[in-house]
Write a protein that binds this ligand. Structure first.
Ligand SMILES: Nc1ncnc2c1ncn2[C@@H]1O[C@H](COP(=O)(O)OP(=O)(O)OP(=O)(O)O)[C@@H](O)[C@H]1O
Ligand SMILES: [Mg+2]
Length: 446
């Protein structure tokens, strides 16, 4: 899809002189004109490329242009069609407008008027596309929200709130399931680009030998196998946000190309002479230790320093377990939907608190989804939890295995926090200690 300022124009007319005229007079660096002379050729080229505006003659050697207009209304209504009618051919003009044409022009052309219509039509096309994308996005994703009130997540929230409205590239680090992808979406939603596209690419899925081309694009014939020109991801993300996930997977060569894009806001597609300008907000994520990757020579030191300007680390769940009660409650409320209020037994909650959650928030969500199915009535008990969680929890009363005071203290704190639904002030009050002491005790390793 085309999100930058270029307008892709298709002219369908069997008269070569008209195609040439439009290419010469309307075409420019920003308005890219493709000309074809038959309906069949128009259909073929539209399958391969996306156009914003089509200038369509009605009388064509292989049929009536109106047929293509009808087809486009069904398959790609956002493409705006300007119909060419003969002078005085009012019937066809009226018919075209009724069928959904954007406007019509008569031969001989008033080129200035045509230019104006093309500009307006392309704006309308862009608006349609953006609206459709927004509708899709809001249907697919409920509003993004960080759940948790631990100091660790408060810090993340604070940093994101500060950096989101700026243009600074952000690096998100953290284990799998800690919310990197979710936070990338949140940054985009809180930025001035929120109505523009957020393009996400997992660098791990880029083919090694085509990585450069996939990102920067290439000219037709730039290398063996490049039989068609390719725009590349940077062109695709124009004016929006580009989230590159698993950045550590990029080759060193591509990393240095990316650094140039971030620093100079320009790049060149493979085999291209002209520099292209970009206006992209970058967000990166990695679950690797990039500092270590730099030491072992797998990650560019210069890019690392550039990305480290604003790095946000998402803590693993085992380091902010006090958020578990709230995460559980929110998940159960959301998943239960209207009418089903699922609760969790104290003992089951103890098990959740005692477990280390290597898969982090994603894992806890999965466990809860499973236990909702296995719940007895509307109560999730120990029996509904996976065995590894039950085994990890301190044994229930009656066991003769002894725990250290520190373990018991921590367990007690977590139980009280569970009782207070994660409210630390209230928990500190019940425990008879200050909030700061509570934080310290929670942050000390288990
Ligand atoms: N603090 C949080 N509040 C609410 N939901 C969260 C939170 N952290 C993570 N999630 C949810 O957990 C799931 C996993 O998060 P996400 O996919 O963002 O993790 P990730 O760090 O990108 O993982 P990976 O490295 O595997 O891509 C998502 O459904 C996300 O919405
Ligand atoms: Mg992710």
């Amino acid at each position: 899809m085309n999100f930058d300022d270029t307008i892709k124009l298709l002219i369908v007319d069997d008269e070569a002189s008209i195609r040439r005229l439009i290419e010469k007079e309307i075409g420019s660096e920003r308005r890219i004109v493709t000309g074809v002379e038959t309906l069949a050729a128009a259909r073929t080229v539209m399958e391969k490329q996306q156009f914003d505006v089509v200038i369509l003659d009605i009388r064509l050697p292989d049929g009536n242009g109106m047929d293509v207009l009808v087809e486009l209304q069904e398959t790609a209504p956002e493409i705006q069609v300007i119909v060419i009618t003969g002078h005085g051919d009012v019937d066809n003009a009226v018919q075209a407008m009724k069928t959904g044409a954007y406007d019509y022009i008569t031969k001989p052309f008033d080129l200035q008027r045509l230019e104006m219509i093309v500009e307006k039509a392309s704006q309308r096309c862009r608006l349609h596309r953006e609206n459709r994308m927004l509708r899709q996005a809001s249907m697919e994703n409920p509003p993004t929200r960080i759940i948790g009130s631990s100091p660790a997540l408060d810090r993340v929230r604070y940093l994101i709130g500060k950096v989101a409205p700026t243009e600074t590239p952000v690096l998100l680090t953290g284990e799998s399931g800690t919310g990197k992808t979710m936070i990338a979406r949140l940054i985009h939603e809180l930025s001035a680009r929120k109505d523009r596209p957020l393009i996400t690419k997992n660098c791990g899925t880029l083919q090694k030998d085509l990585m450069r081309s996939e990102l920067f694009g290439h000219r037709k014939g730039a290398f063996t196998g490049a039989s068609e020109a390719n725009e590349g991801l940077l062109a695709f993300a124009g004016n929006g946000t580009l989230f590159l996930d698993e950045i550590g997977e990029l080759s060193l060569e591509v990393q240095s190309g990316l650094l140039r894009v971030i620093e100079n806001k320009t790049y060149r597609g493979i085999g291209e002479k002209q520099e292209r300008h970009v206006n992209i907000r970058f967000i990166f994520a990695t679950s690797r230790d990039l500092h270590k990757e730099v030491r072992t020579g797998n990650f560019s030191e210069a890019l690392y320093h550039r990305l480290n300007v604003f790095a946000v680390h998402l803590p693993p769940l085992r380091e902010h377990k006090e958020d578990i009660p709230l995460l559980v409650e929110t998940f159960l409320t959301r998943a239960g939907g209207e009418g089903r209020r699922v609760r969790i037994s104290d003992r089951a909650m103890q098990c959740l608190m005692a477990y280390d959650w290597p898969g982090n928030v994603r894992e806890i969500n999965n466990v809860l989804e499973r236990s909702m199915i296995l719940a007895e009535g509307d109560l999730i008990t120990e029996a509904a939890l996976p065995l590894e969680l039950v085994h990890k929890a301190p044994a229930a009363k009656g066991s003769d295995s002894f725990q250290s005071l520190e373990q018991i203290e921590r367990q007690h704190i977590l139980t009280v926090l569970n009782y207070t639904n994660g409210c630390r002030t209230r928990a500190a009050e019940i425990l008879g200690i200050g909030r700061k002491t509570l934080y310290r005790k929670l942050q000390s390793k288990q």
